[in-house]
Ligand binder design. Structure first.
Ligand code: NDP
Ligand code: 8X3
Length: 251
């Protein structure tokens, strides 16, 4: 039987690449994001491969999350795999000049949004005594870099919450793990630098950064292991990257 996978943040980057790959591997997909037109376009593109249900909501809007996820159509109501991917960095400023609106946006989406979506989905996994939750962390979950303060804080929280989820959901046969990518060339830096595409593209200049498809491949690997195997914590960087701050650039 086809497994149903719910992906948050499917309108771009890692989430979109994962949707495209999993569709070709015949998973049922529930794709989420705020940008409805992008979801509709992606749904049209993927319908020739699999069944796709789209849900447009802001993960940080508690009411919208539960309204959307409590009204899944019967053919999508049994979510076996939850990929908590939605999130972004907003700004790259020292703590003393950081923007409070940016802090709120990161904490609300990266931490609270992940919790709201999980809270909505976990009961159906508990009922079935099976399920798989993958939280997308970051190398910023393991290290703190200059001006990364609050973003790193949110990803450290994702790391801790993942460990807590794994412990608490252990009696219910629910697998929980995190994937922690280093620098991936997506719209991430465009969002971080508020639409400044020049500044964003410089982040990935002079080295071969990870691409969203690389992370999609890893997610596919993780969710296709036999049921007794849980990849609990996986960090991946491009070859040129040694740490959050050490990247070997050739130009
Ligand atoms: P993108 O900006 O390309 O994609 C981010 C996705 O998250 C979009 O689909 C966006 O959809 C969604 N999203 C963001 N905020 C919200 C929100 N409040 N409600 C609903 N959806 C939201 O970035 P990436 O693909 O790179 O990022 C995906 C995840 O990977 C993030 O958690 C990020 O922190 C993490 N990551 C990224 C790395 C990188 O270098 N790129 C490295 C390590 C981790 P929409 O705007 O339509 O709502
Ligand atoms: C994204 C990777 O190093 O830009 O989580 O913070 S980094």
């Amino acid at each position: 039987m086809k497994k149903t996978v719910l992906i948050t943040g499917a309108t771009s980057g890692i989430g979109k690449a994962t949707a495209e790959l999993l569709a070709r591997h015949n998973f049922n997909l529930i794709l989420c994001g705020r940008r409805k037109e992008r979801l509709q376009k992606l749904q049209q593109e993927l319908l020739s491969f699999t069944d796709v249900h789209i849900l447009s909501f802001d993960v940080s809007d508690k009411k919208a999350v539960f309204e959307a996820l409590n009204s899944l159509p019967p053919t999508f109501a049994s979510v076996e795999v939850l990929i908590n991917n939605a999130g972004n960095a907003h700004g790259l400023d020292p703590i003393q000049t950081g923007d409070i609106g940016d802090w709120d946006a990161m904490i609300d989406s990266n931490v609270k949004g992940l919790l709201y979506v999980s809270k909505a989905i976990i009961p159906m996994m508990m009922e079935r005594q099976s399920g798989h939750i993958i939280n997308i962390g970051s190398t910023a979950a393991k290290e703190v870099y200059p001006n990364g303060n609050v973003y790193c804080g949110t990803k450290h929280a994702v790391d801790a919450i993942t460990k807590g989820m794994r412990i608490d959901l252990n009696p219910y046969g629910i697998r929980v793990g995190a994937i922690h990518p280093g620098m991936v060339e997506t719209e991430f830096s465009e969002v971080r630098f508020k639409g400044n595409t020049d500044q964003a593209s410089k982040v990935y200049k002079g080295f071969d950064a990870l691409q969203a498809q690389d992370i999609a491949d890893i997610i596919h690997f993780v969710i296709t292991r036999p049921y007794h195997v849980n990849i609990a914590d996986l960090m991946v960087m491009c070859t040129a990257q040694a740490s959050s701050t050490i990247v070997h650039k050739t130009s």
